[in-house]
Design a protein. Structure first.
Lengths: 379, 294
């Protein structure tokens, strides 16, 4: 779950990190009102689940209320890499002396938490990592031990932050680690972490990704689920509990298991087609799940054919076949369906499908042949 | 022979009294797995289909001599269940449960390495392990695998694991052991753990490895194969055409930048002498060619 910047800042402030006062606004009038309450100058910042806002004109300094009105008008509705800005964060402007970078994420190779700290913040950290890797001080933290204050101090020393920033940085990084672990985050990132001319260390941006698997111990995370960016198709699939990712091709894909679904997308591409989506219906393939999946795909106007790729393991072929037939009766499907059914009791399942085959329902023996047929039908 | 589990392995099912646990516990038992006990803190003294329930793993181990456990406990309880199993004295733990928070996985992975270095954890979020004809722990449909060898399989994806077993059975090729390591960020057992075990197993003559986009486990496996594996390997990587930055169902399958792409993984494996197929069928055909030359 990706958080908007303002949600990330609220999340950080719950863990005691200093952030600037601000308000969220959905309209120009709300933005103006927020700025009046906060007092200018303020920053007007687009809230989107993607990077590169600044370059796209989504972050502006407003010296007075007229500026706020102008920038909010321009930024609301702006398209940033396919994300349309629906809300802006109005934040009290800060004076900046220096900009740093700080983050924690999981290092899957080392199987430890990885902290990264650099005094060269404010820019893309990937560029720094590439051009000047020594400018990033890294610390690997064993999840069992956690981060001690002494280790944190050594880390800040290694990053060569100025003395002025030392205590403030240590305090924020200890809290950042706490937010990362107690908050079950996949990523917490502050870029920039700033030093003000008065010598205060302060959080100026927040990128937070929370682990969706942890919601059972964070009931309040439901509020973040509501603000996830999904297109219409993804919203419909999410409501049905389906693992769905929208793509932009013409062959609808339904498969059981994430690996098989990915593999199906691959094979469609390999035979010259383009998949409309990735959809994993999970281990079983009963009529309810299948009907839901067909409904989602059927509502996608780009879909010209549908490829159902099922491998029966524990789920038997005849259950899958009956599920598909029942689902087809429930949903009025516009595109032809190609089925590949294999695995446990595949013969029995195919025998059930056989009498129902037509121009609207075709069956192929292998994944490759089924993909070819589906791609032909989509053209 | 087989790796990690065989016909003598006695298994405890943590969560045997639940719906998933009792269902797969029964299927595993029917397959021939020695399902010797279940655990439940409040149901000690009862039984499920004649399998006795103990209050915890330690008591079950003491009563039955079990060396393995299989976890069918909801995600919230997995961290506790893994540690209970290790403390209870088993040395092989299969955690089938999906949806375990990554921080829990990182925690018990490191805790096990430190306090229980002899314990091998498989999963979480994995289909389990099957040594065909001998032992099946988890949710794999046993009859889609042909027993006997000479191929060992290790896979990050559930349904593609079944697909691989099935492709080989269609070609009348047997499997020593098939290990589903799961696609989560911190898997207890890695490709390398399995490659090492297959290399040491005299009955395994060739290895099939199925990976997917995200992380760098396949690249690390390729390095290991280059230096330590003498047996022929065939492979398939799912997600060749996945768009960058999209998350395709598995927590682990995230492509970021140029790292972890299927292309990078395939190139690393080919450079290590692995024969890489473009789809599961092709990987099966490559394995059939390899087996024919053994």
């Amino acid at each position: 779950m990706d958080l908007f910047e303002y949600q990330g800042k609220q999340f950080f402030s719950e863990y005691g990190m200093p952030t600037s006062p601000g308000q969220i606004a959905f309209t120009v009038e709300e933005a103006v009102k927020a700025a009046e309450e906060l007092g200018t100058p303020v920053m007007v910042k687009a809230q989107v689940h993607t990077g590169g806002r600044g370059k796209a004109g989504g972050v502006k300094f407003a010296a007075n209320i007229e500026d706020v009105r102008e920038h909010a008008t321009n930024i609301l509705g702006l398209d940033i890499k396919g994300h349309v800005v629906g809300r802006v964060w109005i934040e009290k402007a800060s004076d900046i002396a220096e900009e740093y970078y700080a983050s924690f994420t999981l290092d899957r190779s080392a199987k430890k938490h990885l902290g990264m700290l650099s005094k060269e913040g404010g820019v893309e950290i990937e560029t720094v990592a590439e051009e000047n890797p020594d400018a990033i001080a890294k610390i690997w933290v064993d999840p069992v031990d956690g981060l001690t204050e002494n280790e944190c101090k050594e880390w800040v020393t290694a990053a060569a932050l100025p003395d002025q920033a030392f205590d403030g940085a240590v305090a924020i990084l200890m809290n950042l680690y706490e937010a990362y672990t107690s908050g079950d985050a996949d990523l917490v990132e502050i870029n920039p972490l700033i030093l003000t001319p008065e010598g205060k260390v302060h959080v100026l941006d927040a990128k937070v990704t929370l682990d969706g698997n942890s919601v059972f111990r964070h009931e309040d995370y439901a509020k973040y689920d509501e603000t996830q960016t999904r297109d219409e198709r993804e919203t419909a699939a999410h409501e049905k509990g389906l693992q769905y990712v929208g793509l932009d091709g013409s062959v609808g894909v339904i498969a059981n298991g994430a690996g098989l679904a990915m593999s199906t997308v691959d094979v469609i591409n390999q035979v010259g087609g383009s998949p409309a989506n990735f959809l994993d219906i999970g281990g079983g393939a009963n009529a309810d799940v299948m009907a839901g999946a067909l409904e989602v795909i059927n509502n996608d106007p780009n879909v010209k054919s549908i490829f159902i790729n099922i491998f029966g393991g524990i789920t038997r072929g005849e259950e899958v076949a009956n599920g598909i037939l029942e689902a087809m009766q429930r949903v009025d499907i516009e595109s032809p369906i190609v089925i590949r059914l294999d695995g446990t009791n595949a013969d029995e399942g195919r025998a059930i499908l056989e009498p129902n085959l037509s121009d609207a329902l075709l069956m192929e023996a292998t994944m490759l042949d089924a993909a070819k047929t589906a791609v032909e039908l989509a053209q | 022979m087989s790796i990690f589990v065989d016909e003598t392995t006695k298994v405890i099912y943590q969560g045997l009294t639940g719906s998933q646990g009792s269902y797969y516990g029964r299927l595993n038992r029917e397959y021939g797995t020695k399902v010797v006990a279940g655990t439940h803190p409040k149901k000690a003294g009862t039984d499920v289909d004649g399998v006795p329930i103990y209050a915890n793993v330690a008591e079950a181990v003491q009563a039955t001599g079990a060396t393995a456990s299989c976890i069918f406990i909801p995600a919230a309880g997995v961290r506790g269940a893994v540690m209970e199993a290790a403390e209870g004295g088993v040395t092989f733990i299969v955690a089938v449960t999906e949806g375990v928070p990554a921080h829990d996985e990182a925690y018990f992975y490191n805790q096990l390495k430190r306090d229980f270095p002899d314990v091998q954890l498989l999963g979480p979020n994995c289909p389990g392990i099957i040594s065909p004809g001998k032992c099946n722990i988890g949710i794999t449909a046993g009859h889609i695998a042909k027993a006997g060898g000479p191929v060992g399989i290790v896979s990050r994806s559930g349904t593609l694991t079944y697909q691989a077993l099935y492709e080989l059975k269609q070609k009348d090729i047997g499997v020593t052991t098939c290990v589903g390591i799961g696609g989560d960020p911190v898997p207890g057992t890695s490709f390398i753990d399995c490659l090492e075990a297959f290399e040491a197993d005299p009955e395994t003559k060739a290895i099939m490895m199925i990976g997917e986009i995200g992380g760098s486990a396949e690249e690390e496996a390729a390095e290991y194969i280059k230096d330590h594996v003498t047996k022929p390997v065939s492979s398939y990587i799912a997600g060749v055409t996945a768009p960058p930055g999209k998350k395709m169902g598995h927590a682990g399958a995230i492509v970021s930048g140029g790292k972890g792409t299927a292309q990078a993984k395939m190139e690393a494996l080919e450079a290590a002498g692995v024969r890489v197929g473009n789809n599961p069928t092709e990987a099966g055909e490559l394995m059939a060619e390899i087996v024919a030359t053994l």
